[in-house]
Design a protein around this ligand. Structure first.
Ligand SMILES: [Zn+2]
Length: 85
């Protein structure tokens, strides 16, 4: 079990930048944050950071997203994870 750091308000922007470092997709960033940090509303702010990132939006068409059933409309999985059985 990991330990999550409760991030004070003054450091949340920096924490968001660290979580989004490398411009990974929304699900990767949420999973990354879930392992390391916490503050009220962290998950929505992480998703917003990805959605509002110009670099991610520019390259979004290269890695289209599909919603994951049961995990909320905002949590998506890249279609590259879907393979024929
Ligand atoms: Zn980005």
């Amino acid at each position: 079990m990991g330990t999550r750091l409760v991030v004070p308000f003054a450091l949340r922007k920096e924490a968001l930048e660290s979580v989004h470092d490398g411009h990974f997709d929304e699900i990767k960033c949420v999973l990354r944050a879930r392992l390391a940090v916490y503050w009220p509303g962290w998950d929505e702010q992480v998703r917003n950071a990805v959605v509002s990132c110009a670099i991610c939006q520019e390259h979004r068409h290269r890695n289209p997203q599909l919603p994951l059933p049961g995990l909320g409309a905002g949590l998506c999985l890249p279609t590259s994870f879907i393979r024929p059985v």
